[in-house]
Design a protein around this ligand. Structure first.
Ligand SMILES: [Zn+2]
Length: 95
């Protein structure tokens, strides 16, 4: 099985959730939690463990498809296709 991540450390920390690193597979976004008691995070562009440049964050592309192409009201719109609730949409489109 091939890993979706650049290294075992990143994969392990995302799984164990003991380090404040977060990954949103729907928008392919990586971040580090801000320790202010809230749920905000800071975007990161490189893996903190191996230094590999992380794949491009697709939040803008996702927003464009959902709002402009599909003309939906947002991510809570009940018409949102299932593929946009996971990494399926960007894998299918070859991002
Ligand atoms: Zn890494």
């Amino acid at each position: 099985m091939t890993s979706n991540y650049c290294c075992k450390e990143l994969e392990q920390h995302l799984r164990e959730k003991e380090v404040g690193i977060v990954y949103d597979r729907t928008s392919r976004w990586y971040g580090i939690k801000i320790l202010d008691g809230g749920s905000s995070s800071q975007t990161i562009h490189y893996c903190p463990w191996c230094g590999t440049k992380l794949p491009k964050d697709l939040s803008d592309e996702l927003g464009k498809i959902v709002f402009e192409e599909l003309e939906l009201d947002g991510f809570d719109d009940p018409r949102l296709p299932e593929e946009f609730k996971s990494d399926e949409w960007w894998k299918k489109r070859g991002f």
